[in-house]
Write a protein that binds this ligand. Structure first.
Ligand code: SF4
Length: 321
């Protein structure tokens, strides 16, 4: 038997019972997911998929550099969310649940279709609350020849014991680390324990996949990349996030420092502006002082028409340049 199938089955054996009294994420809703969507994430036992497409806007080790209509990251955007930030740029699907409920067979077929289209990887966006249907679909797809790397693209609000079960299943971890401050996490994401949970989960991800390994084409085969989206006025908290990564993990870890924040959805007044170039430079200076060298950077400023906010009402939600 393919070793990955064995690992998927062991993960499912351990995690599937937890869906009946759901404690799969830090919200600990304790509802029975097989009976429907009673929890914070609003999802039952099926994966709801808003879009599944080749994505050209992720970090180049994931999306490559070909651009459309070339190969890209085989990205599956799941609906619902266990965090639901007030400023979420994907709020149409994270808050709004736009999308189609798929059977495990259909989700497996979606993964295989993306591989057939040339995807460099399968990139699961917001997988946390749908880990059970995802694992079931992965088992089917792997039996049928899915072989490209699996990217776990998460908001970071995870339980570390669930992440432990994904050892040998996930090739590339791509977690956010959004806040160090419990007050900010509570205000913007309703999760005052965000840093405690995310830092523990990311530490486990780092144990499993410490170094970014790329192939001859520069594409990620495995590793961990932490994303940090800077918020307007939040430079001090951003620096505290970087201090923790450098001090508790290592500054050699890959860091994606993101300036693309665009005020969306219910963003309160104090964050209804883009970040300033000086704020980005200030935090980047701290990253360099701390010794981060494996950095993915974005432009210092995004103009009003340059924002990267997708529109999931369109067949192609992204405006590729
Ligand atoms: S996965 Fe959903 S239902 Fe389960 S604990 Fe988290 S938010 Fe609640």
């Amino acid at each position: 038997m393919n070793a990955k199938i064995g690992r998927l089955e062991r993960a499912l054996d351990a995690l599937a019972p937890r869906g009946r009294d759901c404690d799969l994420c830090p919200r600990d809703c304790r509802g029975d997911r097989t009976l429907g969507s009673s929890g914070f994430c609003g999802m039952g036992d099926r994966a709801v998929v808003a879009q599944a497409l080749l994505h050209y806007g992720e970090e180049p080790v994931l999306s490559g550099t070909e651009g459309p209509p070339g190969r890209g990251s085989g990205t599956i955007f799941f609906s619902g969310c266990n965090l639901r930030c007030l400023f979420c740029q994907n709020h149409q699907i994270s808050w709004g649940h736009q999308g189609k409920a798929l059977t495990d067979e259909e989700l497996a077929g979606t993964m295989l279709r993306l591989q057939d289209e040339g995807a460099f990887n399968i990139n699961l966006v917001s997988p946390t609350h749908l880990i059970l249907p995802i694992l079931r679909a992965l088992r089917l797809a792997t039996e049928r020849g899915l072989a490209i790397p699996l990217v776990y693209n998460s908001n970071g609000y995870e339980k570390s014991d669930v992440i432990e079960r994904l050892a040998g299943v996930v090739d590339v971890y791509l977690p956010d680390l959004k806040y160090r401050s419990p007050a900010l996490a509570l205000r913007y994401s309703g999760a005052g324990d965000y840093f405690d949970r995310a830092s523990a989960a990311i530490s486990e991800m780092y144990v499993q996949q410490p170094d970014l390994i790329v192939d001859d084409a520069g594409l990620a085969r495995r590793g961990t990349i932490i994303r940090h989206l800077m918020l307007p006025g939040g430079a001090e908290d951003s620096k505290a996030v970087l201090d923790w990564i450098a001090g508790s993990l290592t500054p050699s870890l890959c860091l994606s420092l993101m300036s693309q924040y665009h005020p969306c959805h219910k963003a309160p007044e104090e964050i209804r502006r883009p970040i300033a170039a000086e704020e980005y430079r200030d935090v980047l200076d701290r990253a360099r002082e701390l010794g981060f060298e494996n950095l993915f950077l974005q432009p210092e400023i995004f103009g009003p028409d340059d924002h990267l906010v997708p529109d999931f009402r369109r067949p192609q939600p992204f405006r590729w340049k």
